[in-house]
Ligand binder design. Structure first.
Ligand code: ADP
Length: 278
């Protein structure tokens, strides 16, 4: 343990000996630091859209001012500001609901009462939820592999996880490409993979993208309305299901995210080892 992580206490015992006690608090320090960093990050992430909303609201007031302002009313500018207010407030709303989702997930380990969930139903629901962003970019979402599979857990959480992966695949891909949602089973494990033909991820970012608020490209994430929390949520859901999520990617070619889940009821399966620590 590092020196920082050791609490030492010395006291004189009744028989004249000196007793030295040392407690390793490295883990406690780490947890406290992670929590402080997270609160600082959340505050920063919330301040950005709130600041933008304040400025935009001022600009909107200015553009619609009919009494004694310097400039005359400008309805076209007013509309632009209102649209940006709508966009920023939508993103802020998503940020708040994803933060709530994340805190719920963190408190819920292990998963209460896992249910059998048909992979087929997950896929159908995900396709339904991602139809609008996919068609906006003319991206075809294909389904391949064996769909008559069952996993165990919460259908709602699993749909959220796969939806996040497909939404990312769409967000980080150019128009007119394909996203493939593949399923297969190998020795007691069900794999659901999302393959895209998008921008890919640099090797240096690969390990970090599952961290809360980490984005490989901040500007692009903002432009797509991203919050930086989607993959952290996916990772928590995978962990809650005794599963894991992995990624492989080639910049400029595309990425593959694979969710591996136990294909047997929880009491019959052994948790899969975790790859990334956050
Ligand atoms: P965001 O809201 O920014 O998309 P995520 O947690 O979902 O946050 O993803 C974290 C980062 O990982 C993204 O900002 C992006 O840089 C990268 N990323 C995630 N999915 C993909 C993908 N399919 N292709 C390329 N980059 C991706």
């Amino acid at each position: 343990a590092k020196l920082l992580g050791v609490h030492v206490r010395a006291s004189a015992a009744e028989d004249g000996h000196v007793v030295v006690e040392a407690a390793d608090v490295t883990e406690a320090h780490r947890v406290a630091r992670v929590r402080r960093d997270f609160v600082a990050n959340v505050s920063h992430e919330l301040k950005t859209p709130v600041g933008a909303l304040q400025l935009l609201a001022e600009a909107l007031l200015e553009a619609t001012d009919t009494e004694g302002g310097d400039a005359s009313p400008d309805p076209a500018a007013a509309r632009r500001f209102a649209e940006r207010i709508q966009k920023e407030s939508t993103r802020l709303g998503r940020l708040v609901s994803e933060l709530l989702e994340l805190s719920r997930l963190q408190g819920a380990e292990p998963l209460p009462e896992p249910q059998p969930v048909a992979v087929d139903r997950i896929i159908a629901e995900v396709i339904d939820r991602t139809r609008t962003p996919a068609s906006a970019k003319n991206i075809e979402v294909l389904v391949s592999g064996d769909r008559a599979l069952t996993v165990y857990g919460s259908e709602g959480q699993l749909v959220t996880a796969v939806t996040n992966l497909v939404e990312n695949a769409i967000a980080y891909s150019p128009e007119n490409t394909r996203v493939t949602l593949g399923t297969k089973t190998t020795v007691g494990t069900v794999e659901i993979s999302v393959v895209d033909q998008g921008i890919g991820i640099e090797p240096r970012d690969l390990d970090r993208i599952f961290e809360r608020f980490y984005r490989a490209d901040r500007a692009r994430s903002r432009a797509t309305g991203g919050t930086g929390l989607g993959l952290a949520i996916v990772k928590h859901i995978a962990t809650n299901h005794a599963g894991r999520v992995d990624v492989s990617s080639t910049p400029g070619v595309g990425s593959t995210f694979t969710l591996r889940l136990p294909g047997r009821p929880p009491e019959a399966s052994v948790p899969l080892p975790q790859s990334v620590e956050i």
